[in-house]
Design a protein around this ligand. Structure first.
Ligand SMILES: CC(C)(COP(=O)(O)OP(=O)(O)OC[C@H]1O[C@@H](n2cnc3c(N)ncnc32)[C@H](O)[C@@H]1OP(=O)(O)O)[C@@H](O)C(=O)NCCC(=O)NCCS
Length: 266
């Protein structure tokens, strides 16, 4: 039976009282997309954005950044409309600069999401608990120095142990980096806010808890890595307990077609 409880338990978005049925949506749905789509598909994705989102997209100096943002935002709108009903354009999102994007109004079903892009990929996670996702392609050439600057001693040790060659040091670095960024994004506080405030568990497809070092903002998160297509590393973090992941390789064309079918049925 549905029971009332305050949601979300932390406050990355505006706290609201939602009806929460844990049996409803236990999965964490991860959708992976390519951004190198044909021009006509790209234009149709861009049409899904609101006027202000399109204006904002024009501010990206790099074409690749603009493209990733537009595909990610359009796909997110389609996925949210699939879950919540209505049209992709009708989904109301918050848009404060530097804040985690959230639904502007409490939805009928608890719904949290997060987007990440890298190279020619976009990853979108949708869950009923606060969620963060990170996908990366390029390890920094100076992984050890970067680890020194950003990681906790335990994490630095993992990079050092893996550093038999530059490649494996880079991969170890990315595994930790993606996990940390996923946790920071789940909590909504952003990168600057305490990379060293917590230690992530060793890279694994099974969720493991983060260990905090006095910074209570990061208490209660679990993090796991998932297969994200060749050459990419990716991690997802959740507030609360582990949940099954459902990973879908989608393409923009199919998402658009599905959205069109739903809008005809409306
Ligand atoms: C959020 C942040 C971690 C993203 O890092 P990144 O590696 O550049 O980008 P990713 O591709 O993984 O993620 C970008 C997406 O995260 C989401 N996002 C933005 N701010 C976020 C936040 N505070 N928390 C969680 N997710 C956030 C957005 O959906 C964004 O994509 P979009 O703009 O196309 O919608 C980083 O930009 C950050 O720390 N931002 C907050 C603070 C800030 O912006 N400072 C800038 C100087 S004042």
């Amino acid at each position: 039976m549905a029971r009332r409880k305050p949601w979300p338990p932390t406050a990355p978005c505006k706290p609201n009282i939602w009806v929460y049925d844990p049996s409803l949506m236990n999965l964490v749905a991860i959708t992976l997309l390519r951004t190198d789509v044909p021009a006509d598909v790209f234009d149709r994705m861009a049409d899904i954005l609101t006027e202000s989102e399109r204006t904002r997209a024009q501010r990206y100096r790099q074409e690749a950044d603009r493209r990733r943002h537009i595909i990610g935002r359009a796909a997110l709108r389609i996925l949210l409309s699939e879950r919540l009903g209505g049209t992709p354009q009708g989904i109301a999102l918050t848009s404060r600069p530097h804040d985690k994007p959230c639904l502007a109004e409490p939805p009928a079903i608890p719904t949290h999401f997060n987007v990440s892009h890298a190279g020619e990929r976009v990853a979108i996670a949708v869950a009923s608990v606060p969620v963060g996702i990170d996908i990366e392609r390029d390890a920094p050439p100076d992984a050890a120095a970067m680890a020194q600057a950003w990681f906790t001693p335990t994490e630095r040790m993992r990079v050092d142990e893996a550093a038999t060659d530059a490649d494996s040091a880079g991969q170890a670095f990315l595994d930790i980096w993606t996990a940390k960024e996923a946790v920071l994004k789940a909590s909504g506080v952003g990168m600057a806010a305490g990379m060293r405030g917590f230690t992530v568990p060793p890279a694994s497809p099974r969720f493991g808890p983060t260990r905090t070092h006095g910074d209570t903002r990061f208490d209660g998160y679990v993090v796991a890595h998932f297969e994200a297509l060749t050459d990419y590393r990716a991690a997802v973090a959740l507030y609360g307990a582990a949940r099954p992941l459902r990973i879908t390789l989608a393409n923009a064309d199919t998402l658009l077609a599905d959205a069109a079918v739903r809008s005809v049925r409306h």
